[in-house]
Design a protein around this ligand. Structure first.
Ligand SMILES: *Cc1c(COP(=O)(O)O)cnc(C)c1O
Length: 343
């Protein structure tokens, strides 16, 4: 059972699906929540989200496994992370169990839009919340929406996995002790200029450095770094309070240790030591891992030994193992896969 979409050529753009979940917060509590066919939101022009960017979001995927089940990957971690985002932005946290219920209900209601196994496409889920009541003096809104919609997205790597070229950015994405560690829309608003500028100059992404000293590696606009040492025995991931804790990165580190017998180091990584690594990848829900072939740093180039033609050997093992777990081909650790059952 599936709608008439060409999964192979589908891009990463919004495609309206029939159902989304909405819950409203008013008078100090969340209502019961409901599925709706209405994709429009009507609110005051003075809403907290419109005036002071009081909003946070999440991103996760539903897909069809080899044996035909529809599943999501570790949605409990998205629920927890959204609670952290809400707290930091003075929004009322949306309870985890209700977040999971919203995921299940939206996926099930839109199940015809979950791409078939092997298509490489997925159903992308976008939970988000925002202040909807009027705010003019700077303070948190009194009313909020929690919403979750689904949109089918095509295979991330069309025509094979190709390493990308990134640059060390002169812009920062987060402030020390700011909001870099939460999934706030405001972090993305301020990264738009940097990414447009990077693209204009022929780079795929920005590598952001730590905003205080600009000597340590943080992350890109929407993905965490993962490095492989030259002896191929250790995975290194940058540690900083202003990095968004990627669920993909945390899962890859677990896979590296428990499935591939690699050592994992989560520690501050200096920009100057990056050239010593053998492989580099960007991790996030969208791509799982996107290999980095080259980093441009103000006239100097770091070219990884894995090159510009293919994903590095260890990165590939990590990628294959994690996607194998997600697709039901490799046994998953307890609690990682949530099957969407008939509601
Ligand atoms: C969402 C996001 C990531 C990736 O997180 P996943 O949970 O793996 O999708 C990385 N960095 C930033 C800044 C993000 O917003």
């Amino acid at each position: 059972m599936s709608v008439n979409i060409d999964w192979a050529t589908l891009g990463f753009g919004y495609v309206k699906t029939p159902y989304r979940y909405v819950s409203l917060y008013k008078n100090g509590k969340w209502d019961n929540g409901t599925l709706t066919g209405d994709d429009k939101i009507v609110m005051t022009e003075c809403a907290g989200v419109l005036q002071y960017a009081q909003t946070a979001f999440e991103g996760l995927k539903a897909y069809t496994t080899e044996d035909g089940k529809i599943v999501t990957f570790r949605p409990d971690l998205n629920a927890e992370r959204m609670i952290e985002s809400a707290k930091r932005l003075e929004m009322p946290p949306f309870p985890s169990d209700r977040f999971l219920e919203a995921v299940d209900r939206v996926v099930y209601a839109n199940r015809e839009y979950v791409p078939p196994y092997g298509s490489g496409a997925t159903l992308y889920l976008r939970p988000f919340m925002f202040g909807s009541s009027a705010v003019i003096g700077v303070k948190p809104a009194m009313e909020y929406h929690f919403r979750l919609f689904a949109t089918p997205v095509g295979p991330y790597f069309k025509g094979g996995i190709k390493p990308i070229t990134i640059r060390v950015s002169d812009f920062d994405r987060a402030a020390p002790r700011g909001t870099g560690h939460i999934k706030a829309g405001l972090n993305y608003a301020m990264s738009l200029h940097a990414i447009v500028n990077a693209h204009e100059q022929g780079f795929d992404e920005n590598m952001y450095l730590d905003p205080a000293t600009r000597t340590y590696v943080e992350e890109t606009g929407g993905a965490n770094f993962i490095f492989v040492t030259r002896d191929k025995k250790t995975i290194v991931t940058p540690k900083s309070d202003s990095i968004l804790p990627s669920i993909t990165r945390r899962s890859l580190c677990y896979v590296a240790e428990k499935y591939l017998g690699l050592k994992v180091e989560h520690r501050p990584v200096k920009l100057e030591e990056v050239a010593e690594f053998a492989e580099c990848g960007l991790c996030g829900t969208a791509a799982v891992i996107s290999p980095v072939g080259k980093i441009y740093d103000h006239g100097k180039e770091i070219v990884f030994p894995s090159g510009m033609d293919s994903m590095g050997e260890t990165t590939k093992k990590l990628y294959d193992t994690l996607t194998g777990i997600q697709m039901g081909k490799i046994p998953a650790p307890d609690g990682w896969i949530r099957e969407i059952k008939c509601q």
